[in-house]
Design a protein around this ligand. Structure first.
Ligand code: DON
Length: 562
């Protein structure tokens, strides 16, 4: 009883009214917009557009710039997903997700009794998947770029070589990671040269500048072969990792048909598997079609209750049915069938929360055939690119490739390392997402583009592990159902449910105190999430054709454009 009362107090102190405006506009520009997690990266992207580059050119330049100025998630040692809509309406998606090394196997993080070896998939050399970013950028540029490759990598080289000032948030994060950087790096990285970083300190990343120079001059071979590959493989040997020369050589990113769905006036263009994000987002938005969210109102008891219940069911499907389609027969068409999706709510009760143990994955009808960061870009021609890229958790595996100056991802933790065993985001899975050599681990990243009545309308995405999907979902509804501005939709407090664990993570201001109490009485276990849920970057096309950038106030995020 005492525990319940203490929890209620804690809860009431965290939920409250949202003080950030939901309707004030973010930066509004005439022609072009870049929104990223760091002002310097946004400026790099905007400058490429000013020079006449297109949205894909800017996306490539931003990816490399983020690897320098936002090393907790920006990367060349990780991977990501990119969704493109060209001004003529044609669409494409690039999967540059990491892959399990060839020496990986299903039980590699279990001891001989089948017990999970904590941390092995999360920190240190064995946690790293084969990086996909550099190949992804090379392919993106080859297919859609217009400026010379060298010009797109150069700004990142300059930032790394000439140094850049740390923001207060970045300095704090580097200090927090110091112990892990020491523990997991046999060779001392630049990031621990000082005992303590402060806002405004200049960070020079000389080795990273040299690696980026090799990438600038040799393209793919500057990373997957030669000096960089030698350094990466040597690092693996030093720290007990398993990525080999063959793994690096074999890495290929994949162009995929984007997942699309038409819902009311909107067409959603998003990422297919191996991301779960697109499938889950389409399921959530399809369910929302049948409920009067606009009438209920943002932040209302009914809307929050319905959304939580929809999320519970959608994440149950995610856990069972989704994985790398090259290794597991994902019942994609069946999962996206609107009759199937809607059938999932048949046991929905308006009065009380469903117990997650009573909700299992649905059985879709068989198909006929078988610390992440997001940036959004629109160029003056109207081409749009939506990219989510990651090392997985903040600073990935905490391992630097000595001499090459970049961090490795800890994406192996996104696999289901044992059936039903939760990963760092509490997500569970089974066969569909079991480890296999060369397989891509399931992701929640949801880079998305929306059309309204056939025209470009929104470019959006977020970081946040499992909360990415519900963050993107809420932002889209905030604009389309509740009329928030792009900035307001991103400012708004968020909540998140993922089936298991059976609780609702709740940001400050996501629901008012009274609504929170009434949700609690319906049986929803609200848990305050003080660190925030997700960090999004969005661009909205306004009725007069201007662009509104939405930069997330939870970070140093910034919009830039003209
Ligand atoms: O791909 C995924 O779903 C995760 N690796 C994303 C990680 C993430 O968003 C970290 N940020 N909090």
């Amino acid at each position: 009883m005492l525990k319940k009362i203490a929890f209620l107090f804690l809860f009431l102190s965290v939920v409250g009214c949202n003080s950030r405006s939901l309707t004030d506009r973010g930066l509004v520009t005439e022609k072009a917009m870049v929104v990223t997690a760091h002002p310097l990266a946004s400026e790099v992207g905007a400058e490429i557009l000013r020079r006449g580059g297109n949205a894909m050119d800017a996306a490539v330049a931003v990816q490399f710039a983020l690897a320098v100025v936002y090393p907790d998630a920006g990367n060349i040692g990780g991977g990501g997903f990119l969704v493109l809509r060209q001004q003529d309406g044609s669409i494409d998606a690039l999967d540059y997700r990491e892959r399990a090394p060839a020496a990986a196997h299903r039980d590699m993080y279990l001891d001989k009794n089948g017990k999970v070896l904590e941390n092995l998939s999360f920190k240190g050399h064995l946690a790293a998947g084969v990086p996909g970013t550099v190949d992804g950028m090379v392919q993106a540029h080859a297919k859609y770029g217009s400026l010379p490759w060298q010009e797109l990598v150069q700004p990142a080289i300059e930032l790394a070589a000439n140094g850049f000032a740390l923001t207060q948030k970045e300095a704090k994060k580097l200090n927090q990671q110091r112990k892990d950087f020491i523990k997991y790096n046999p060779v001392k990285p630049t990031f621990i040269l000082r005992d303590k970083w402060h806002e405004g300190d200049t960070l020079y990343l000389k080795h990273l500048a040299q690696t980026l120079t090799r990438i600038r001059d040799k393209g793919r071979a500057g990373f997957y072969e030669g000096t960089t590959a030698d350094m990466l493989v040597a690092e693996m040997k030093r720290g007990g990792g398993i990525i080999s020369y063959e793994d690096l050589k074999a890495y290929q990113s994949v162009w995929r048909a984007p997942l699309t769905a038409t819902l009311r006036d909107y067409k959603v263009i998003t990422m297919p598997p191996p991301s779960s994000g697109g499938v889950a987002l389409v399921q959530l938005l399809t369910l929302a079609e049948d409920y009067p969210l606009k009438i209920w109102g943002w932040n209302s008891l009914q809307a929050a209750h319905f959304m939580i219940e929809a999320e519970r069911r959608v994440y149950a499907d995610r856990a069972k049915h989704l994985g790398d389609p090259a290794y597991y027969k994902v019942p994609l068409q069946a999962l996206l069938d609107s009759a199937y999706i809607k059938s999932r709510m048949k046991d929905f009760s308006e009065s009380e929360a469903t117990d997650s143990d009573a909700v299992s994955a649905g059985i879709p009808a068989p198909a006929e055939s078988p610390n992440t960061t997001h940036y959004s870009i629109v160029d003056p021609q109207g081409n749009a690119v939506s990219v989510t890229t990651t090392l997985n958790s903040s600073f990935g595996a905490k391992v630097f490739v000595a001499g090459a100056g970049f961090l490795l991802n800890n994406e192996m933790n996104d696999f289901s390392i044992k059936p039903g065993y939760p990963n760092t985001y509490g997500l569970v899975g089974g066969e569909a997402n079991a480890i296999a050599p060369g397989k891509r681990m399931l992701s929640s990243m949801t880079p998305t583009i929306l059309e309204k009545e056939g025209e470009l309308y929104m470019v959006v995405g977020s970081m946040g592990g499992s909360t990415i999907i519900t963050t993107v979902y809420q932002i889209i509804l905030n604009v389309t159902a509740h009329g928030h501005s792009m900035q307001g939709a991103i400012n708004a407090g968020r909540f998140h449910h993922q089936w298991k664990p059976d609780w609702v993570l709740t940001e400050w201001g996501a629901v008012g105190g009274v609504t929170g109490l009434r949700l609690w009485l319906k049986g929803h276990k609200l848990v305050p999430k003080t660190g925030g849920i997700g960090r999004a970057a969005g661009i909205l096309v306004l009725p007069d054709g201007k662009l509104e950038g939405g930069a997330d106030p939870r970070g140093d995020d910034a919009a830039a454009g003209f």
